[in-house]
Design a protein around this ligand. Structure first.
Ligand code: V47
Length: 376
């Protein structure tokens, strides 16, 4: 058991017996239950949660902070869904855009000289596009840039484009993989609760379908990420249930690479009366995720949404991945009011941030193989 933490627990007069028992389980490498996660969240307090999460983080990832050189391609803001939290969807014909096959290639061409290793392709759910629009796009990217990791389409997009093409999920995934798809991003999960989904995003795929698509992908050796949209109307019990469902699927398949807590941002969407979560609450979510998701290799603090400072702080509360250089290619969060209005981080700046936070920078590929480890 970790010495300083054992001492902290021994002299801790505030924590009750249940919290100490749960903390000991974590420090001896044992899994905690959903009930225990709730007790911890409600009673442990941020310093202890942070210490426990950091303990787990260091066991799994040492002091590494992963990052990747990447761009995002948000190919359209047209969307068949009307999700109350979304600030990205076009509201009128005038503010709608859609990228052609050539636009997408040109976007990659412009960034390829910056040494990118990954392209992340997500968008609204375009009413008229199906899988057969995408297969030649992926094939072209694969042929032109064989080294690029293609992370594309949330489960919500996959459900739509595959169904519209008249195919089953398994068939669609196989075709996508054969055309160059490497992995699936974590979006579209939102929060796993039927009544919240019915209220806030009634036309989006169900959470069971979201999990089913990720399971099908994992069975075809297509890894994926998972997200949770928190800080709107959900309870802490909803959050823990969400984490539990992800942990159960990961026990079955082992196909998730990273979990990404996504903090609800309130500008320009129909939920805008809500107050955003505080920094301590955000850090509690990171810590709880790291502690509870004992079978997830990585926890991502997505800096374009959190801001650089909070993302770096999250590195002491369980997170180990910053995502990437982005190169000002995403507007999903800037439209929703994120601190980073033109998200772009040069690799020099990333290295500097990681160094001043006394961590070890590890440039990675799309599946977390280290490309370059910088220890100073
Ligand atoms: O599913 C949309 C979220 C997600 C808002 O896998 C919002 O590496 C907060 O999943 N406030 C899409 N969140 C983006 C996503 C993602 C991003 C970066 C990396 C990866 C990865 C995945 O964005 C949506 C939704 O949960 N979102 N609007 C908002 N106002």
């Amino acid at each position: 058991m970790s010495r300083p933490l054992t001492a902290l627990l021994k002299h801790d007069k505030q924590s009750d017996k249940a919290v100490k028992h749960i903390a000991e389980k974590i420090l001896t490498g044992n899994r905690i239950s959903a009930k225990e996660a709730l007790v911890l969240y409600q009673k442990a307090g941020l310093p202890l949660m942070g210490s426990l999460a950091n303990f787990v983080r260091e066991q799994k990832n040492g002091k590494n902070v992963y990052f990747i050189r990447n761009i995002h391609i948000e190919y359209t803001n047209k969307c068949v869904n009307h999700c109350a939290f979304c600030s990205f969807r076009s509201k009128t014909e005038k503010d709608a855009w859609e990228m052609t096959h050539e636009d997408i290639l040109s976007c990659i061409r412009k960034s390829i000289g910056k040494g990118i290793n990954e392209v992340h392709i997500v968008g609204g759910i375009h009413p008229e596009r199906d899988l057969f629009f995408w297969l030649p796009v992926l094939k072209n990217i694969r042929e032109l840039y064989p080294h690029l990791h293609i992370k594309a389409f949330t489960a919500a997009e996959l459900d739509y484009i595959i169904t519209r093409a008249g195919l089953e999920v398994d068939e669609g995934l196989e075709l996508l993989k054969a055309s160059g798809l490497n992995s699936i991003p974590g979006g579209g999960a939102e929060i796993f609760d039927d009544s919240i989904r019915a209220r806030l995003f009634p036309t989006k795929i169900s959470w069971k379908r979201w999990l089913g698509i990720h399971e099908a992908a994992h069975r075809k050796d297509i890894p994926s990420n998972a997200t949770m949209l928190y800080g709107h109307v959900e309870s802490i019990q909803n959050r823990i249930f969400h984490l539990e469902m992800l942990r159960n699927l990961q026990d079955k398949t082992g196909g998730f690479n990273a979990f990404i807590p996504l903090k609800y941002k309130s500008k320009n969407n129909t939920l805008k009366g809500l107050e955003e979560t505080s920094l301590p609450e955000d850090l509690m979510i990171f810590a709880l995720s790291r502690i509870f998701l004992d079978n997830f290799p990585h926890i991502k603090a997505y800096w374009p949404m959190l801001g650089k400072d909070t993302a770096m702080l999250a590195m002491d509360f369980g997170a180990d991945d910053l995502d990437g250089t982005i190169n000002d290619t995403t507007v999903i969060y800037s439209k929703a009011g994120a601190a980073e209005q033109n998200p772009m981080l040069g690799s020099d700046e990333i290295l500097h941030l990681i160094k001043i936070h006394r961590k070890v920078a590890v440039e990675r590929d799309g599946i977390y193989n280290p490309i370059n480890k910088i220890e100073e």
